[in-house]
Design a protein around this ligand. Structure first.
Ligand code: FE2
Length: 548
């Protein structure tokens, strides 16, 4: 079984750029395995099959309670009242600053409506900043489980510490959720969920790879997407994590359909509308404007967190290629280098870069980005070489063969724009927190990754998957791939393509520590343990790997 691979402790990340053999080895293995890394894998499972999920014990609050981090003086409270999906039900709610509800600070009533599948969402206002609150709902004398949520500190307020969980990719039939059980027990300010909260595809008992069942089939309608959220929230560990922490969710592709782009929305408008509507119904997020989900959270003077949407505005995949492996020097694949090509859309890009500048101007120490798909390049064959340009002077900058152009690798110009802006604007302490690829990676991000002298200006931490499979059962292939990936240019400090889990980032004014935790998702009571830690000194690109 392949384990993680780590770069020997390094100063500069640069390596010999003409390691053609190494790139070739990764390329061959990459061709065989790209499918598994680029999305949902179908690798065989050694885990036992268990009976289908049973109906949760609470027939009224069948999906538990949840909260969303919103503002220093407000929080989003969420529950679902199952009878409300049939006929409107009045729901009382209250918020207190103690778990016994002796000091209630906000109350109100809302309505659970069939039009929202019985989901109730409340914006509780008048709360105190940087304060832990407890909340609950009541329907006809039936009280919900108690949830806990924490408000962030107000603008400019000194904050000694901010601790965030980072999660993604929780394919229900593929694995259990010990990761969520462990996260529920952590002391966190919030949980950042960077998408693939549900998988629109099914995963039934006929599939021997599954450890539990999703017999709902592929969701294409509002009823279908709603049913997925109810199935996923039927998991007690996920409900426990929601009850324990405020969430900051953004979607990736599987909340709608695999590898989609803005053209997919034009082609399947009714399905997109259903998928987005169900997401807004079931996620503790207050609507902003239509289907906009990119937004910003700030924690006093310590953390600025930009949550991206790299799906609904992105330019289409070249030639419908959806991440296929081909040289980007010519043909449709060359599109990935086109100036102006965007994964965020022009408005969101401006919003992100302006936000970096504003946070820097205000003296906010850490600028974190909740980011769906990897931004560090995974180029398995480097074709941007001087001797190759002799034969093809028209070679685009960064030409190569990329593992997965569904990631930022498919949007090269915009990635360069972001890195150049961070560099030119002197934006310090930028960290991308990423999901999607069902693996753990850590990499410095350079202004120009084809220039050995180019400085690192940011860091990326790819924080694994809660349950979705990576190369779990690929054995020596996974080990070889991990090793080859560490050696790619400009290189990775750490690669683990095998294990499930999540990340925790712990920020203070002097440093950030990122922990990768691994979880055995093959069992409901699977062990969760530390895998590695990265210590990052503020004001530097000095990230030190500390193995567990
Ligand atoms: Fe995923």
């Amino acid at each position: 079984m392949g384990g993680p691979r780590e770069r020997p402790e390094d100063g500069a990340p640069g390596i010999d750029r003409r390691s053609v053999l190494r790139a070739g080895a990764f390329g061959a293995a990459g061709l065989a395995s790209a499918r598994f890394l680029a999305g949902c894998s179908t690798m065989p499972s050694a885990a036992p099959v268990v009976p289908p999920v049973t109906i949760p014990p609470d027939a009224v609050y069948d999906c538990g309670v949840a909260s969303g981090l919103h503002a220093p003086d407000a929080a989003v409270l969420w529950t679902r009242v199952a009878p409300g999906a049939v006929a409107a039900v009045d729901v009382a709610w209250e918020v207190a600053i103690d778990p016994g509800f002796t000091s209630v600070v906000a109350t109100g009533t809302a309505s659970a409506e069939p039009g929202a599948d019985g989901c109730v969402k409340v914006l509780a206002q008048g709360l105190s900043p940087a304060t832990t609150h407890w909340y609950r709902f009541r329907v006809d004398g039936r009280t919900s489980p108690v949830g806990r949520t924490r408000t962030p500190a107000g603008e400019g307020a000194p904050v000694p510490r901010v601790r965030l969980g980072v999660a993604s990719c929780q394919n229900f039939p593929a694995g259990f959720y010990p990761a969520w059980r462990a996260m529920a027990a952590e002391d966190l300010d919030a949980v950042v969920h960077v998408g693939d909260y549900i998988y629109e595809s099914g995963g039934g008992s006929a599939n021997p790879l599954n450890v539990r069942f999703d017999e709902l089939g592929t969701a294409t309608t509002l009823a279908g997407y709603r049913a997925k959220y109810r199935l996923y929230r039927s998991d007690a560990d996920l409900r426990a994590a929601h009850a324990a922490h405020a969430f900051l969710p953004v979607w990736d592709d599987h909340e709608f359909v695999n590898d989609y782009d803005r053209l997919t929305i034009v082609e399947q408008p009714a399905r997109a509308e259903a998928a987005y509507r169900a997401w807004f119904e079931y996620q503790p997020v207050w609507p902003i404007d239509g289907t906009r989900i990119h937004r910003r959270a700030r924690f006093g003077s310590l953390v600025d967190l930009s949550l991206l949407d790299t799906r609904q505005y992105r330019d289409p995949h070249p030639n419908g290629g959806k991440g296929t492996l081909s040289a980007t020097t010519d043909g449709p694949a060359r599109e990935v280098h086109r100036e102006g090509r965007t994964i965020m859309g022009d408005d969101q890009r401006t919003w992100l870069l302006d936000g970096f500048d504003d946070a820097q101007d205000r003296g906010i120490t850490w600028k974190l980005v909740g980011n769906q798909v990897m931004i560090a390049p995974v180029r398995i064959v480097d074709l941007d070489e001087p001797f190759l340009r002799l034969f093809n002077p028209d070679t685009p900058k960064h030409a190569g063969v990329y593992l997965n152009t569904d990631s930022w690798d498919g949007y090269q110009w915009e990635r360069d724009e972001v890195m150049r802006h961070v560099h030119d604007g002197g934006v310090a302490n930028v960290g991308f927190l990423t999901g999607d690829i069902h693996a753990f990676w850590q990499a410095p991000l350079l202004v120009d990754f084809d220039d050995d002298a180019s400085p690192a200006v940011a860091q990326e931490f790819v924080c694994g998957s809660v349950s979705s499979r990576g190369l779990d059962y690929a054995g020596d292939l996974a080990a070889g791939l991990s090793e080859a990936a560490v050696g790619l240019r400009p290189g990775f400090r750490y690669v683990d393509l095998v294990r499930r889990g999540f990340g925790i980032i712990d920020c203070t004014s002097g440093s950030a520590t990122v922990e990768f935790r691994v979880a055995d998702a093959s069992r409901p009571d699977g062990v969760v343990r530390p895998a590695s830690r990265f210590d990052w000194a503020a004001g530097t690109q000095d990230v030190r790997l500390v193995p567990a």
